[in-house]
Ligand binder design. Structure first.
Ligand code: NAD
Length: 260
């Protein structure tokens, strides 16, 4: 159970982040959600999370490309709840392009959101976790943190980078009952993947069923998308006391992708 715990999940208005926020709320945690979204949808999500939990749910609109807004988000969590037990760095974007045509501003945005934002949240959250004598940091990386695919230079670089950051933070906090791990999902069915299906169908000129089978799940031996509920349940386990000895790990949840 995560009763009485406070969790901050970046990029949790949608997809995997929302699945993790739901799993934490169901286990009794109070949650700070973050990400873009229409105000009425964000309010629906907050009400929904509060119905599932004895705890509270609040929202930060912080943009993960902006270090000052990230600092504001961490301060909001600490002011609202007086503690921060679990930090999940999940916000992420993708851009697909050959290296020689890769837009420079897309490279900068992917690195900022998928990698640098985690540096900022972690450097700001660790002091609170040290004071509390316990902490859990979970970075949502990717199978693309362990292996590469063409046309994803920024994403693969950022995801490999976050595994390096995960290991450093784990070593620096190892004696302090703080753990830091990376979850490395293969394909999970979310709006981010839906956009890739549409994009690749257009660029290859093939139907979406063929993109799913021959392009996306070509790498994934079990031939199915993981669900956000599966990732949420795994994150809740990593956040629990039972996972105290797991730190510095990059943990694939990828249907066998990185086994070959
Ligand atoms: P998604 O597009 O459904 O959700 C992304 C979330 O990040 C949204 O809440 C969005 O508002 C938020 N976000 C985007 N830019 C932001 C910014 N600048 N500031 C704050 N929030 C921002 O995507 P998803 O598929 O749920 O992906 C979540 C994470 O999981 C990403 O890091 C992604 O790389 C990773 N991942 C996804 C898959 C997959 O198959 N879906 C696989 C491996 C890893």
């Amino acid at each position: 159970s995560l009763d009485g715990k406070v969790a901050l999940v970046t990029g949790s208005t949608s997809g995997i982040g929302l699945g993790i926020a739901r799993a934490f709320a169901s286990a009794g945690a109070s949650v700070v959600i973050n990400g873009f979204g229409k105000p009425e949808e964000v309010n629906d999500t907050l009400e929904f999370l509060q119905r599932e939990t004895g705890g509270k749910a609040i929202y930060s609109a912080a943009d993960m490309t902006k270090p000052d807004e990230i600092a504001g988000m961490v301060s909001l969590a600490l002011e609202a709840f007086g503690r921060l037990d679990i930090l999940v760095n999940n916000a992420g974007i993708q851009h697909v392009s050959p290296i020689d045509q890769f837009p420079v501003e897309k490279w900068d945005a992917v690195l900022a959101i998928n990698l640098s934002s985690a540096f900022h949240t972690i450097r700001l959250a660790v002091p609170a976790m040290r004071r509390q004598g316990r902490g859990r940091i979970i970075n949502i990386a990717s199978a693309h943190a362990l292996v590469a695919s063409p046309f994803k230079a920024a994403y693969v670089a950022a995801k490999h980078g976050i595994v390096g950051l995960t290991k450093v933070v784990a070593l620096e906090t190892a004696e302090e009952n703080i753990t830091c791990n990376a979850i490395c999902p293969g394909y999970v069915f979310t709006p981010l993947v839906e956009a890739q299906i549409e994009g690749q169908a257009k660029s290859h000129g093939i139907p979406r069923e063929q993109v799913i089978r021959d392009v996306l799940l070509a790498q994934q031996p079990n031939k199915r998308f993981a669900t956000v509920e599966e990732i949420g349940a795994f994150a809740a386990f990593l956040a629990s006391d039972a996972a105290a000895s797991i730190t510095g790990s990059a943990l694939p949840v990828d249907g066998g992708w990185t086994a070959h």
